[in-house]
Ligand binder design. Structure first.
Ligand SMILES: Cc1ncc(COP(=O)(O)O)c(C=O)c1O
Length: 512
């Protein structure tokens, strides 16, 4: 189910929030009984609940433990608990619902009734500047920019999720939930399930010409964790990293958080300009690239640039981090082979994800690790989140093995190709030669330049007011000289939406 207009205000992730509020149930609040005090036990229990409600530690409609459970927990007989509960019921702090148990009254305000001294204390603390890590302070704030994480035409990074094979997926999830064994609940291999890694390796060798065995594949929580792990294993604070300009903001943040110095390297029609990069940073320890489909400009790195980059890594004993995020979607030609497949020196760390082919909340991706680094990746991974969760690995393994992934990719490739054709045609019809389209051969977004003299941020802000959630191209630049343009996502923009959305975009542009 996609969100409606009503979801578009406030927090950027509002469209995930259900209309019905759910309240956690049945946990016991802290009741510190003092058996030596002269105060009766039922009074102490009563006061503990009153205080927890007044402070907001337990809230409206929250379930309270049964009298039997609380008595067991407090190691007292049920009598004082029952006495306290009947008083709380009588005074309206609690209400009982037949068959469901006892709850804090739902008519209490959502916010704590009074924070008293604690509130004053908190306000004092928050008004002072407090020392936090320099690295975290380097990251841009997590602000709800008008064009991020909304739902509607041109949203970047979203997919045709209404075409997701929900029934097949649900039946595989059910199959594995029904067959859950004790083994599935234990900590497991930090690399991920061996058989799942086998199916990923087979896919990567076949479809992406990646040079790999299952033993080199680590299952991670999306490309984002892959990047984080890679930076921790390979780089130290102060290390210089060649970074595509414009480039992928979330990757940039990972290297910034690791304390690395980012060196923006221009991207032209052949991808990252390697020679310029080497000149700007002769000591760079790594290069981050999206060679199959550069984000966001959409160019494919030429063969000569690939060889230059590999040669640089060999000579300078540096690393190449290849993010191959959406290569399954190419419309004009066959998918291009991975850069990793050309590497004879094991200098490329290859990263992929199921966020584009399946769905982003799945949080499953993978890293192909050079054999001699596996042990280091394992140690770091084990320190970060120990191991990947079990359930979606076994579900995905069946999804791949039974051919559903290949089918889904074929089906969505046709669908996205139709959306892309419509979008390109509509932009050409409505905006003519005043703009240039970039990167239309692949992926689920295109870039359009703007008529001379227009800045992209005000255009994106005005477009957002028309329910058009495109990104300003300049937001992907790190340096000061940003090219102005718009990134138009078409993954979740339906054929019915495209003509009207492009007309509204034309009006926004012409109105500036
Ligand atoms: C360049 C790039 N890499 C990777 C991803 C996917 O990231 P993840 O696997 O963390 O969802 C995206 C998503 O939009 C992307 O644009």
């Amino acid at each position: 189910m996609v969100g409606t207009r009503g979801h578009l205000s406030g927090h950027p992730y509002n469209h995930y929030i259900k209309a019905m509020k759910k309240v956690a149930s049945g946990f016991s609040p802290l009741v510190a009984l003092d058996r030596r005090s002269g105060k009766p036990l039922h009074r102490q229990i009563y006061e503990a609940f009153c205080a927890a409600i007044v402070r907001g530690n337990i809230r409206a409609a929250q379930k309270v433990p049964s009298s039997r459970a609380l008595a067991l927990e407090l190691k007292v007989s049920r009598i004082p608990v029952l006495t306290a509960y009947s008083q709380l019921l009588a005074e309206g702090y609690f209400e009982s619902r037949s068959g469901s148990g006892t709850f804090v009254t739902s008519s209490l305000p959502d916010q704590p009734i009074s924070l008293g001294q604690r509130d004053v204390g908190l306000r004092k603390v928050h008004s002072r500047r407090r020392v936090i890590s320099k690295a975290s302070a380097l990251l841009p704030g997590f602000k709800p920019l008008p064009w991020l994480n909304r739902w509607g035409a041109f949203i970047v990074g979203q997919l045709a999720l209404e075409h997701f094979p929900f029934r097949v997926w649900a039946s595989l999830v059910n199959r594995h939930v029904r067959n859950m064994r004790i083994n599935s609940l234990h900590y497991s291999d930090p690399m991920g399930s061996e058989s799942f890694r086998g199916s990923i390796a087979q896919y990567l060798r076949t479809a992406r010409a990646v040079n790999c065995e299952a033993s080199q594949i680590m299952v991670v929580s999306g490309s984002q964790q892959a990047l984080e792990l890679t930076a921790r294993v390979l780089l130290d604070p102060g290390d210089e990293v060649l970074f595509e300009e414009p480039g992928y903001r979330l990757a940039r943040n990972v290297f910034a958080l690791a304390g690395c110095c980012l060196v923006p390297v221009p991207v032209d029609a052949e991808g990252m300009d390697v020679v310029t990069g080497i000149k700007k940073s002769p000591r760079a320890r790594a290069a981050f690239v999206t060679p199959s489909h550069q984000f966001p400009l959409g160019v494919t790195m030429s063969a000569s640039r690939r060889l230059e980059l590999l040669e640089w890594a060999r000579r300078s004993t540096s690393w190449i981090i290849e993010d191959d995020y959406d290569n399954e979607y190419r419309y004009e030609a066959m998918p291009v082979a991975s850069l990793q497949g050309l590497d004879s020196e094991s200098r490329v760390i290859y990263i992929g994800t199921f966020s584009k082919t399946l769905f982003p909340s799945l949080r499953v991706g993978y890293v192909v690790i050079p054999p001699d680094l596996i042990e280091r990746f394992l140690s770091v991974r084990n320190t970060m989140d120990v191991c990947p969760p079990h359930l979606y690995q076994v579900v995905l393994e069946d999804f791949i093995r039974e051919g559903h992934l290949a089918r889904h990719i074929r089906r969505t490739r046709l669908l996205y190709s139709e959306r892309r054709n419509m979008l390109v045609e509509a932009v050409r019809n409505e905006l003519g030669t005043s703009v240039e389209l970039l990167g239309a051969d692949a992926g689920v977004h295109i870039v359009t330049t703007l008529p001379k003299g227009l800045c992209d941020r005000p255009v994106a802000e005005a477009a957002a007011r028309q329910d058009l959630w495109l990104w300003p191209l300049s937001s992907c630049y790190f340096g000061k000289r940003a090219r102005q343009g718009l990134i138009l996502g078409f993954g979740s923009t339906t054929p019915q939406q495209i003509p009207g959305a492009v007309r509204r975009l034309r009006d926004v542009i012409e109105g500036r």
